[in-house]
Design a protein around this ligand. Structure first.
Ligand code: TMP
Length: 218
């Protein structure tokens, strides 16, 4: 029943570029794909994204973050992800539940048990089939991400997390690596400091192997 691929990593790890490249690669194989992102992916979830990421909302509480991102996800799962998987599509999503564990749990300090419980209650155990984790030093990712936001004029509208401290982002990075250690069969860790081409090659190898395992002709 479809294939659910998620890309994760700290700010500026290059996952969005890699999603575009993977999208082209899979479309070239005439496979049915849907590319989406979190928070976002549906009209309501994109509205929540604006509140979630805008720098003006600096005083947002960690628990409010958890509730906002969960609300966006419930809408996204129900209206886009599950229907697409049900239609046997390959869903490629920029971030999903692990981002909440890494950012709101490891980063903001919300107890992990509460986050896992909310995922169990509201998302009915939907899990990615494969999660590609793009790992790089925080300084490298943050400087890429801050300069991209500046170039695209998104410093205010999407800059709330880029304003957080290096220590916060170190915790997020450590959280992702912990999650990958807990579920090595689901995660593939990619060194995000390699060239774009080398990373793309590694992504294609991992995704091709998963597609074969799931019975797709690749
Ligand atoms: P991105 O689209 O550039 O990845 O930005 C999304 C931001 O939202 C990023 O800073 C991580 C943050 N985020 C969370 O804090 N929790 C979540 O559950 C998700 C999906 C994203």
């Amino acid at each position: 029943m479809g294939l659910f691929i998620v890309f994760e990593g700290i700010e500026g790890c290059g996952k969005t570029t890699q999603i575009e490249l993977l999208g082209r690669y899979l479309a070239g194989k005439k496979l049915p794909i849907v590319i989406t992102r979190e928070p976002g992916g549906t009209p309501v979830s994109e509205e929540i994204r604006k509140i979630f990421l805008h720098s003006v909302n600096r005083d947002i509480l960690p628990l409010t973050e958890l509730l906002l991102v969960t609300a966006a996800r419930v809408q996204h799962v129900d209206q886009l992800i599950r229907p697409a998987l049900h239609d046997d599509k390959i869903v490629v999503c920029d971030r999903f539940c692990d981002a909440t564990v890494a950012y709101q749990g490891y980063g903001e300090g919300i107890p992990l048990a509460l986050i896992f419980k909310s995922q169990e209650l509201f998302l009915d155990y939907l899990r990615p089939d494969i999660t590609m984790l793009f790992d790089c030093p925080v300084e490298v990712g943050l400087s890429r991400s801050r300069s991209r936001n500046k170039a695209e004029g998104l410093e205010l509208a999407e800059g709330r997390f880029e304003e957080k401290t290096v220590q916060f982002h170190e915790k997020v990075r450590g959280g992702y690596l912990d999650l990958a250690k807990r579920e090595p069969e689901r995660f593939t860790i990619v060194d995000a400091q390699q060239s774009i081409e080398a990373i793309h090659e590694q992504v294609c190898l991992a995704i091709d192997a998963k597609l074969k395992e799931k019975g797709y002709a690749v």
